[in-house]
Design a protein around this ligand. Sequence first.
Ligand SMILES: Nc1ncnc2c1ncn2[C@@H]1O[C@H](COP(=O)(O)OP(=O)(O)OP(=O)(O)O)[C@@H](O)[C@H]1O
Ligand SMILES: [Mg+2]
Length: 474
Amino acid sequence: MANVLIIDDDQGMCIMMVDLVKNMGHDAAYSVTLEGGLQMARSGGYDVVFLDVFMPDGNGLEALPKIKETTSAPEVIIITGAGTSDGAEVAIKSGAWDYLQKPLSPKSIVLPLSRVFQYRDSMKEARKPAVPLKLKGIVGSSPAMRACIDDLARAANSDANVLIIGETGTGKEVFAKAIQANSALADEKFIVVDCAALPETLIESSLFGHEKGAFTGADRTRDGLIMKADGGTLFLDEIGELSLNLQKAFLRVLQERKFRPVGGGKEVQSNFRLIAATNRGLEEMAEAGEFRKDLLYRLQSIIVELPPIRQRPEDIKELTVYHTNRICERYGTKTKGFAADFFQALSAYEWPGNIRELINTLESAISEAQDEPVLYIKHLPTHIRVKMARASVVEDIPETDAEKNTSGDSSSEAFLPYREFRDNILAGPEKKYFKDLLTHTRGNISEACRISGLGRTWLYATLKKHGISRTGWG
Ligand SMILES: Nc1ncnc2c1ncn2[C@@H]1O[C@H](COP(=O)(O)OP(=O)(O)OP(=O)(O)O)[C@@H](O)[C@H]1O
Ligand SMILES: [Mg+2]
């Protein structure tokens, strides 16, 4: 839990922000004068300070260095009504974390705050002696996967709510279990609730439990899964499937850690660590009124975004070898080797079902291969071979010089591997795109994600690949 201070002469806004921060599960206080705010900062242990520029008793930008010097060295986010780019420049150069312009929407406050919390958690973590992570069942060494494992470590070292986002089969459950296994609650219970698997009425009683006689068939009182998770971790899978009614009830559980079983008069209490997962865009659902924003803000104290396989094709080989060995172990057969073009063929396919689809495909290839010691493309299911063949057909369009694969030499030695060829062509324009994008957003990653339509993990990995710094855009 973090401590947030808001210094702004607009009391209404202070109260709104305190509510919002508390809703995210943190503590907040405010001051409507600069002097009062400075005193609180000096006595306070704050992690983040929101600071208005034009205050009746002084200028916030001038107080910024004094706030940064207090013992807790808080990150300062400047907020102002009269935004000029010069003000922004001064703010960032004086060490502000970010510069926000009023009017502020909850989203424009929540996202930079989540980033600060993640950053401060990671600083705390960096000061701790490194303990090797237990990563059972997680393979992949692409930059995108490594970024996810960093997030996993951060989540394991904290007790904040975690939201795992990823398409189907990308490893949300595996990550949730790994977060728990590496956390202080490793030896406690891990309770899974799959919100997609049960109809609303059943979810309600399985989550909250019920009293005897609460409905037909309720022949005795039963504890719900929230109660069972007391002292441990609750994994709420497919949280996007919760009805608005249940979202409301669950939000209350998160705020107060108390709830009433179905048909019950007495409130009960449960303390648990929450990990939620979704394969649906909760932000868009929230915009469409299908998901409560206040619940979303609370869920995403730490975000782990798992990339689909098509965004990290360099992991396919490692995943294939790992799962082929597991499957053969399970069948009690000798493990298989791979034909030279097998991985190339796997990389040409999009894998909409991600790792789960890859595992099913390998199972079927292994059973197709029977006693053959090597897996060939012919062992792969037809529908996949058809898609691979289609993907390999390139349309016949006139090429520009830059697009040429070779210097006119048509011997097969002169051909680059396709990936190398594609990366060569893309590297320059791609780097320019991301540099321009970050200049435009002044290094604001959330905004860059929104504009580019890319996920955070993918964006970080691409910036890293091109050596583009996320800071220094102020
Ligand atoms: N990084 C990884 N390395 C190796 N195997 C993985 C990895 N991530 C997931 N898997 C495997 O992929 C399969 C799918 O993983 P998991 O069930 O965690 O995905 P999910 O995102 O929860 O899927 P769904 O959305 O369908 O519920 C599992 O068999 C899991 O063991
Ligand atoms: Mg799952």
